[in-house]
Ligand binder design. Sequence first.
Ligand code: 4AD
Ligand code: MG
Length: 476
Amino acid sequence: MARTKIKEILQSDKTDYSVNVKGWVRSFRNNQFIALNDGSCMKNLQVVIELGKFDDIIGKINESTSISVNGKIVLSQGKGQKFDLMAESVEILGECDPNEYPLQLKNKPSLEFLREKAHLRFRTNTFGAVFRIRHTLAYAIHKFFNDRGFVYMHTPIITASDAEGAGEMFKVTTLPFDGTPRKEDNSVDFAEDFFGRATNLTVSGQLEAELGAMAFGEVYTFGPTFRAENSNTARHLAEFWMIEPEVAFNDIKDNADLAEDFIRYVIGYAMEHNREDIEFLQQRLLDEEKQKPQAERSEMALIEKLEFVLNNKFERVTYTEAIQILLDSPAYKKKKFQYEVSWGIDMQSEHERYLVEKHFKKPVIVTDYPKDIKAFYMRQNDDGKTVAAMDILVPGIGEMVGGSQREERLEKLEQRMREMHIPVEEMYWYLDTRRFGTVPHAGFGLGFERLILFVTGMTNIRDVIPFPRTPKNAEF
Ligand code: 4AD
Ligand code: MG
């Protein structure tokens, strides 16, 4: 008999029909009731075993044993589920010794413990929900751009350009550590390396995406990016996924509109298609919050928070206005900020959180940052001090998006590159777009894992990517 997915059985109204299901045992009660999960949805299917009928294999049915069951779907006699599967035959596909198995759900393993067992944590309700949502969001991202005529562009993962300045890069090399070829001045001779030059893992696909936008009009990238910063925070990964749209003829306002539409669309899509997973995560958070003092509990439950974002426009302020809000804030006056506040600072997360969580209580798009704290490619404003940059700050997360209108004027761009010691000659390919048919254009980068944090309500970025890469950690 062909296998039927549990999701299909539970979603249907049909009863009294024969099926085959396959999956992993979540629990086994009274030698009679198996909670079977096959990953297709959050819910388990209850498999009912007639007492005495399967005595030869009953001892092998443990948590995470994989089984195949033939039987009949009937309306359940018990509470808590609509259907039962009355087992007619049960085959053990793979045994699971409870004395060896490191993940016993009945012990209610913590997220920290599960992080150390990341190869098995997909089998928990929490991570099942998180990674089904991750999948849906990825799909929704492609759908959003595809529906709007964007071209999905694969930008290189290995790159020789390190001019973005977004962060420390990982080197890519096949040169030996012992007897590394060196030049006369003792520096490493990368001419001997695989690519004949020094190469790195990319920190962003933006510069290449700009080249695509100058032909297709609208492109986006969606791929892994790498940053070798030693930031051991709950918001940073060394390997993360980024979505970077780049659009010809857009200015900074169009860019902010696109980002806002995009974020709303993908959140709405996940809410529609992963309702059960989100409801489960919401309940999980509510249970967790019960342990906390009242003052530390969130004002909104997860679904309410997501609906709020769907139904309310993001706030838009300039950097200059944001700094003024901070200077006028009670927090500043009572010296609650650890870091200084003045025009020109690179806002710290305490400042960003104050703006979104205390002041505006909603996502905020901050524009027009001082040019000295932003990348060389951002379009210079007429005031000579600021650039057409844009960051989107989100409650609970901080920065989710960084982007800008790009400097499309060759002279201004070259001048800024020289000021910032960026090798103008090496970047000829980037500058060529400004030489040959340049147009105003803009784009942004959205950190995929930070979006998933927001949608799932998880609080550590290591819990929303299957195999996190962080300083001193590349297990699995
Ligand atoms: O602000 P960033 O550095 O912007 C860029 O890389 C631009 N080239 C994007 C563009 O304009 N096309 O990074 C963009 C976003 C951040 O807002 C954040 O959400 C995420 O990427 N991000 C990280 N996520 C996880 N771990 C890290 N170490 C991250 N660094 C940035
Ligand atoms: Mg940024």
